[in-house]
Design a protein around this ligand. Sequence first.
Ligand code: NAP
Ligand code: MG
Length: 488
Amino acid sequence: MANPNPEIKCTKIFINNEFVNAVSGKTFPTINPSTGKKICDVAEADKADVDLAVKAAKAAFDRKSAWRQMDASARGKLLIKLTELMERDLHYLASLESLDNGKPYASAVFDVHGSMNALRYYAGWADKISGETVPSDGPHLTYTRKEPVGVVGQIVPWNYPMLMLAWKWGPALAAGCTIVMKPAEQTPLTALYLCSLAKEAGFPAGVINMLPGYGPTAGNAISIHPDVRKVAFTGSVEVGKIIMAAAASTLKKVSLELGGKSPLVICEDVDVDEAAQIAYAGVFENMGQCCIAATRTFVQEGIYDAFVKKATELAKSRKVGNPFGQGVQHGPQIDETQFGKILGYIEKGKKEGASLEAGGIRVGAEGYFIEPTVFANVTDEMTIAKEEIFGPVQSIIKFKTLDEAIERANATTFGLAAGIVTKNLNNALTFSNAVEAGSVWVNTYLAVTNQAPFGGYKQSGIGREMGKEGIELYLETKTVCIKLPSKV
Ligand code: NAP
Ligand code: MG
């Protein structure tokens, strides 16, 4: 069951199936965002540790290694075994996540389930990755092989620490790659514990390595390392650009899942209460720290006022408090920096003329809690309508026609997700086809599923995770051509 004081079992760097101190001996604190106080110190990886981890991952990828000689089905079994251990420790993992990240306990439980499901999905892929025989010219047998890329670097953010890890471990391990990962400095604890479970499950030494530490040091060392053949990153657009530039020095493959400023268009033919509920869930989920958050709520003029009223009621009814508290739906923001940044955006919203309908202030005197915030009368030029806030702030924008809403929805450099709420099939299909976004939801929102690709148009990313396309990120294709005595 929920435990607000879980024992902290893993705080060191994980290399070659062992927990070790940093070469430098340095540590850094990880903070409880509900109190602002330190939970514990964690070993701080830097370049020297990354070098050791890559060396281990490279050895584990050697063609004679246990990992490379393992049947593909056995890789799938190891992933399943890992999920069984996660299930055994579900409440411990969820408690650790709530403590380190601040998300409500029920959401952390949901995340553990989501992570197990993502790993199970890719466990099934392990022995279903295949090339094809090709009807090539000439008397040749030509076929393709799908081979693992090799050592991969994976850099993940703090908003869904376990889920983002599972989205990256799953396809990489199913494909047969070996991993050097950096968790976000704010949330290293569940990633480290999952390494101990991976070892217990039986993954050979060096297949998974975990380097808690900072982006510009450990993260950069991964991005530039000559033996890392691919880097997969989830986080901000700004850091995505830095990683792509760093990866260019060794021409690594790069996949990027970046931010968004996603539009949700509410047409006036809908039930206002239902639409407001979809929009509310779409923006306040995970304290608004969600890359697909529906932060631009476009509402058609005929229902605008009624919608604002309902959205305000919903935001005000949201239960904010300690993540371990009974019935709490909304915990703190991740850290002081994000907390300050979000309050800064709220001030800008007020200053630039949006009308504050709910929230807008801190909750309590400790920790990083912000009241769910609703702005009405937001216009496209306002900062809160343009920049990714990554906090609990809903901007409600008025529109007249669907065509106009589509133009305005697309007038951004982002393109991660979008949604429309309407009873009109033509509206739904016109919008779904015209909007520039990697995921589009009709009459729902946040409906991410393991089986379908996920990723961004424009500056919201490169490549698609999840589904079949998610596996492709971790594969090379080799064409083999063998001379035959004759065509038949
Ligand atoms: P971030 O800086 O992009 O962090 C994501 C990851 O990248 C972290 O592990 C981070 O390390 C690492 N990193 C930072 N600089 C790096 C570098 N030079 N080389 C390699 N790795 C590097 O995100 P953030 O600062 O935590 O959050 C800032 C903004 O990012 C948010 O306001 C939000 O807009 C966006 N964000 C988006 C997502 C998403 O899912 N799309 C998730 C989180 C944040 P550190 O631990 O040192 O930061
Ligand atoms: Mg950061």
